[in-house]
Design a protein around this ligand. Structure first.
Ligand SMILES: NC(=O)c1ccc[n+]([C@@H]2O[C@H](COP(=O)([O-])OP(=O)(O)OC[C@H]3O[C@@H](n4cnc5c(N)ncnc54)[C@H](OP(=O)(O)O)[C@@H]3O)[C@@H](O)[C@H]2O)c1
Length: 250
């Protein structure tokens, strides 16, 4: 399962689930580019924590939904690593409102970051993966397949993301690139602070999850790691659900 000296870009890796993914891959010998949008301090702290594993950690600021900024992110990756083996499209944002209150701006903001970014990431990553192939993993949520209050824009963007994963998987499998998604149950990160019903969501999830606890960032990171190993060589275009059984309970 040796991933030593592979190079990964993890978007939104300064905090939360992205940070846990960066830490897990780094602990397995992967050099990581830690993308973030605004807050430099958590990105630098994550980079510092990662260096204990003896790998390189390169913080890169930039909005993954902006093609110009994406170009700058990849210029830095080309200069620092000169190659790429793993891309984790984890960064997300979105407007939490009832569908009927969403403006065009809300819709495009959410779709561009949560679904559109994956396209740009793959298009830039392919030349850096070359003939070696690689792994692309998108982080999704149960809102892709379920109706959750105030989650219409984000849910639709995650559904688009999972569909894009399937289409890209078919196009890229012949080039040795596996494209998959990991869909997480409720994870207690900063993202939840933006939900008007945060406490209710957490209580409900704790109560209804057959495994008896919330999903942690590390649970998600472990599955992303698995998808990066040769054990997952024949997994293409799937969405793996990591939620302690929450989504299968009637
Ligand atoms: N938390 C949950 O319950 C849950 C459940 C299922 C799925 N997920 C998914 O898991 C992923 C991570 O969520 P999280 O809860 O860990 O989020 P989080 O704690 O809010 O962290 C978000 C990260 O994304 C970065 N970011 C946001 N917009 C960006 C952009 N346009 N370009 C580049 N970076 C950007 C942030 O950077 P700054 O700090 O600089 O802004 C930060 O590093 C998301 O795809 C989310 O939908 C989360």
């Amino acid at each position: 399962m040796n991933l030593t000296d592979k190079c990964a870009l993890i978007t939104g890796a300064s905090r939360g689930i992205g940070r846990a993914i960066a830490m897990k891959l780094a602990s397995e010998g992967v050099h990581v580019a830690i993308n973030y949008l605004r807050s430099q301090t958590p990105a630098l702290e994550t980079a510092q924590a990662i260096e204990q594993f003896g790998v390189r950690a390169v913080p890169i600021k930039g909005n993954v939904a902006d093609r110009g900024q994406l170009e700058c992110i990849f210029e830095k990756i080309r200069a620092e690593f000169g190659r790429l083996d793993i891309v984790v499209s984890n960064a997300a944002s979105g407007v939490l409102k009832p569908a009927v209150e969403l403006t065009e701006r809300h819709w495009h903001w959410t779709m561009d970051i949560n679904a559109g970014a994956l396209l740009g990431l793959i298009q830039h990553a392919m030349p850096l993966m070359g003939d070696r192939g690689g792994r692309v993993i998108a982080v999704s949520s149960l809102g892709a397949v379920r109706a959750i209050p105030d989650y219409a824009a984000v849910g639709a963007s995650k559904a688009a993301l999972e569909s894009l994963v399937r289409h890209l998987a078919v196009e890229l499998a012949p080039r040795g690139i596996n494209v998959n998604a990991v869909s997480a149950g409720v994870v207690e990160t900063d993202a939840l602070k933006h939900f008007p019903r945060r406490e209710e969501i957490l209580d409900n999830s704790r109560r209804r999850t057959p495994a008896g606890r919330l999903t942690t960032p590390e649970d998600v990171a472990n599955v992303v790691y698995f998808l990066c190993t040769p054990l997952a060589d024949m997994i293409h275009g799937q969405t793996l659900v990591v939620d302690g059984g929450y989504s299968i309970v009637a």
